[in-house]
Design a protein around this ligand. Structure first.
Ligand SMILES: *Cc1c(COP(=O)(O)O)cnc(C)c1O
Length: 457
């Protein structure tokens, strides 16, 4: 059969609330044209993020009932630890409340002024945690990874020449090397297992630990099965296990490929590094057998880690994103190619060609998406990455809108609806009016900024 269906049936549902366009115009105004400031109850389809928004399975909810909430040495931790070790293969498993807590712990050990940490692309929390220590976060993705139209199958690959050069010229400043799978910042693009192993070997030649930011490791494994002949006949779990072979550690947000609403871990092989990490963990997260989590969370996550590697799930998962991407391309909308594992990234500059970068075309897109259809996406453009210097706006390199798919939450009809909303926006794109910022915070301004239209319609 060619039809790829949702590999689950639905036994528990949550109603979504419909609003009229007039209501949404008022809500948008009240939210100062910043969808982060809209209440979720006023959103019909929420594609803001795939983080922590997944639907848990009946098996996960069932596992929560047998959670052991013992402070030390809980049975739930042992189950979690065993599952992480089975897939990732690391000796020490340190639970945290989410990915950035793992990053914070790791970077406070290895970071510091004068240090430089290479990655394909640092995710924004990773970058922030590196830079907070005074270290430099260096992005070394392959050139194709920076080109929105390139159809390279593994646009998350690391540029090995540039990594080699860094290790030759500044080796003593490099405490660890990283790769992010899939490469979220680059559009949810996968890295080939051979590239991951080559990064490992290169780092090991220079005696540097190799840590994998593995938030979407299962999606990365699936892309390798689809696109990489060396993985074609393997199971997702086998590919995942091979991915981490020989690496020195992993940081993980289980809010992504762990099917968790909360959770993360830092896994390490080195005893010394793990001891340092646990000492910080106790200060900030909790005792080493629960980290920042309840025993019931650890149970649900152990089940989630197994479910996320189900090939039927992964085929459906990747197809969901591709399906939306293909519908948008058919309309004429330009997206980052090829579609990634967890989201479609729309090029808003080429959607609203009449809007200059300093009128925030990607922010206009997310506002129009909400106004036309009650759908929420996230701006990844000049509101997020632009800078205001002495009142002058320095725009970001790209004006993207990310439509991230929560896992197992929306059906094909929901996706059809989103495509229909965007088709209507496309027809009316010439009428869209630019925005200007009226209030902003000094850091991470996109979360709280206030905007307004540059003129009334
Ligand atoms: C989400 C994410 C993180 C941070 O995880 P949180 O759970 O949000 O703290 C780190 N790296 C990547 C690639 C991510 O996608």
């Amino acid at each position: 059969m060619s039809e790829i269906i949702e590999p689950f049936r639905i036994r528990s549902v949550e109603p979504i609330r419909f609003t009229t366009r007039e209501q949404r115009e008022d809500l948008l105004k009240a939210a100062h044209w910043n969808p982060f400031l809209i209440d979720a109850d006023d959103v019909l389809i929420d594609l803001l993020t795939d983080s922590g928004t997944s639907a848990m399975s009946a098996a996960q909810w069932g596992a929560m009932m047998v959670g052991d909430e013992s402070y030390a040495g809980s049975r739930s931790f042992r189950r979690f630890e065993a599952k992480v070790q089975e897939i990732f293969g690391f000796k020490h498993v340190i639970p945290t409340h989410q990915g950035r807590a793992s990053e914070k712990i790791l970077m406070s050990i290895v970071g510091g002024p004068g240090k430089v940490i290479p990655n394909n692309n640092h995710f924004d929390t990773t970058r922030a945690n590196v830079e907070f220590t005074g270290a430099e976060a260096l992005d070394l993705v392959i050139p194709e990874g920076r080109e929105p139209d390139s159809l390279h199958p593994f646009k998350g690959n690391m540029d090995l020449d540039r990594l080699g050069e860094l290790l030759q010229t500044r080796g003593s400043d490099v405490p660890i090397g990283m790769i992010t799978i899939t490469n979220n910042t680059g559009g949810g693009q996968p890295a080939a297992i051979e590239n991951i192993h080559a990064v490992r070997n290169l780092l090991h030649e220079h005696k540097k630990p190799f840590i994998i930011d593995s938030c979407r490791f299962a999606e990365n494994a699936w892309f390798n099965i689809e696109r990489n002949p060396s993985c074609a006949n393997k199971s997702p779990k086998e590919v995942a296990q091979e991915t981490f072979k020989g690496a020195d550690g992993a940081s993980m947000s289980l809010k992504k490929d762990g099917f968790g609403n909360i959770g993360g871990f830092l896994a390490l092989n080195d005893d010394d590094l793990a001891e340092k990490a646990r000492n910080i963990l106790i200060l900030t997260e909790g005792f080493p057998t629960y980290g920042g989590l309840a025993g019931r969370d650890l149970e649900a996550l152990a089940v989630g880690l197994e479910e996320t590697l189900d090939p039927h799930y992964l085929r459906y998962r990747v197809q969901t994103v591709r399906y939306l991407a293909e519908k948008l391309m058919a309309i004429g909308v330009k997206i980052v190619q090829p579609p990634g594992g967890h989201a479609v990234y729309i090029d808003a500059r080429r959607f609203y060609e009449h809007l200059p970068a300093n009128e925030f075309p990607a922010q206009v897109f997310v506002c129009e998406l909400y106004r036309f259809g009650g759908v929420r996406g996230v701006e990844i453009g000049s509101v997020m990455f632009g800078r205001s210097i002495d009142g002058k706006e320095i725009p970001a390199d790209r004006e993207l809108v990310r439509l991230a798919m929560p896992r197992r939450v929306y059906t094909q009809a929901h996706v059809n609806y989103v495509a229909e909303v965007i088709a209507e926006m496309w027809e009316h794109r010439h009428e869209a009016v630019g925005l200007k910022i009226t209030r902003q915070a000094p850091f991470l301004r996109h979360f709280t900024a206030h905007l307004e239209p540059v003129r009334s319609k």
